[in-house]
Design a protein around this ligand. Sequence first.
Ligand SMILES: Cc1cc2nc3c(=O)[nH]c(=O)nc-3n(C[C@H](O)[C@H](O)[C@H](O)COP(=O)(O)OP(=O)(O)OC[C@H]3O[C@@H](n4cnc5c(N)ncnc54)[C@H](O)[C@@H]3O)c2cc1C
Length: 330
Amino acid sequence: MTNQGILIYAEVTREGDLASVVLELANSAQNLAAKLGGQEVSALVVTNAGDIEHVKSDLKSNGFDKVYIVQDERLAIYSTEFYSKIVIDLINEIKPEIVLIGATTQGRDLAPRISSSLNTGLTADCTSLDINEKGMLAATRPTFGGNLMATILCKNFPQMASVRPKVLKKSTFPIEKDTQFIEIKPEIDNVEKKVELVEFIKNIPSTGKRIDESEIIVAGGKGLKSADGLKLLEELANVLGGAVGASRAAVDAGWADHSIQVGQTGKTVMPKLYIACAISGAIQHTVGMNSSEKIIAINKDPKAPIFQIADIGIVGDVYEIVPELIEMLK
Ligand SMILES: Cc1cc2nc3c(=O)[nH]c(=O)nc-3n(C[C@H](O)[C@H](O)[C@H](O)COP(=O)(O)OP(=O)(O)OC[C@H]3O[C@@H](n4cnc5c(N)ncnc54)[C@H](O)[C@@H]3O)c2cc1C
């Protein structure tokens, strides 16, 4: 039997909700499935026992033909060994043509484990997905330090790709299907768990808001010259009810934690408003924020590349402009 259909790993968060990347993948999968002549799109939910009715209803209204559900109290906390065994078992049984996984912390752990066990390829951290003229998954991702985009094909089946959250768009309207929900018993009795979670410490930024969840981001770069600059941006973010982000140069300088880095090797964000302060606008930074709805750039160099993607550009010194902005907004 040849491989058929698209399977999406439907990650459930610690809070018991569907990770938003699942719905982004679901929307993209509709397009891929249509190009493959109307193949099935299915999801696999792996979770502990509990109420997952809202997860099911989100999947039902996002175009899934089938949803496989594995519920077991041993799955309350993510485990590489348990989860990968379950996903691999299902792939071996239903033989999908394409497997898509969100490039979240969990997905980044799970996806390579699955692809290496199945002896297939994985294009990680993709920014777009398509089907080429031969009906193969064409997965595009940045390469050579973000200066080139490479479209990668996978020779083996299933063809696997992971996609960063917030890169693809969710459907803006419900895609209702007569979804079939199939419950599966996990076969993990003989699986040895090699890692035990001792404690989970949530990383809460000083503004109390995470950049991947906030609708407003005030981000600072190397031009701030010191960590004090980020404190000033934090004040602006607090007035606006937003989060603080940083360029890699600011993170490398030790002024900010990597968890707030925006860009190719940081997070991809898509807020309603992104205020880039003293950030030059290198491609590796802009790939992580250029889908923001509105971009305001403050930079003292009128030729800074960030102005090419900004909706509003302010040429000037952040240390003069930002305090004035804070005063005005207050
Ligand atoms: C493989 C790879 C991955 C990378 N990943 C990332 C990534 O994820 N994210 C990322 O950000 N970068 C990344 N980079 C680094 C990237 O190439 C740039 O070096 C970096 O983004 C530059 O940061 P910056 O704009 O803060 O600093 P700079 O390029 O030094 O720019 C500072 C800017 O501040 C302006 N300025 C100076 N003083 C003031 C002032 N007082 N007021 C207003 N403006 C002022 C200057 O005019 C300048 O434009 C990566 C690079 C590589 C090779």
